[in-house]
Design a binder for this molecule. Structure first.
Ligand code: FE2
Length: 93
């Protein structure tokens, strides 16, 4: 993704704007996790690898921050997130 916003937020309805901003934040943070983990796997320098993996872990915290705020605003998402976890637990037994 690398900072390219895939939608024109000016066209998003006012009631959905904050939820879409938070989702875009989550997308950007998840993308950053993948990027830093990919870069970590490419380097043979153990110090750079450690720094990249530490930053990737911090990005996961940022995902959690956006998600926590989103779940306060989007109760349907909160319910469906729990439903998704339940379905996986059922499949895995
Ligand atoms: Fe971040």
């Amino acid at each position: 993704m690398l900072s390219q916003i895939p939608v024109n937020l000016a066209k998003v309805s006012k009631k959905d704007l904050d939820k879409e901003i938070l989702r875009l934040g989550m997308i950007a943070e998840l993308d950053a996790v993948n990027l830093y983990e990919q870069l970590a796997s490419m380097t043979s320098n153990s110090k750079i690898k450690a720094i990249l993996l530490d930053i990737a872990r911090e990005e996961k915290t940022h995902v959690g921050e956006f998600q926590a705020m989103l779940l306060k605003l989007d109760k349907e998402q909160e319910k469906e997130l729990a439903e998704g976890k339940k379905e996986v637990d059922e499949i895995l037994g």
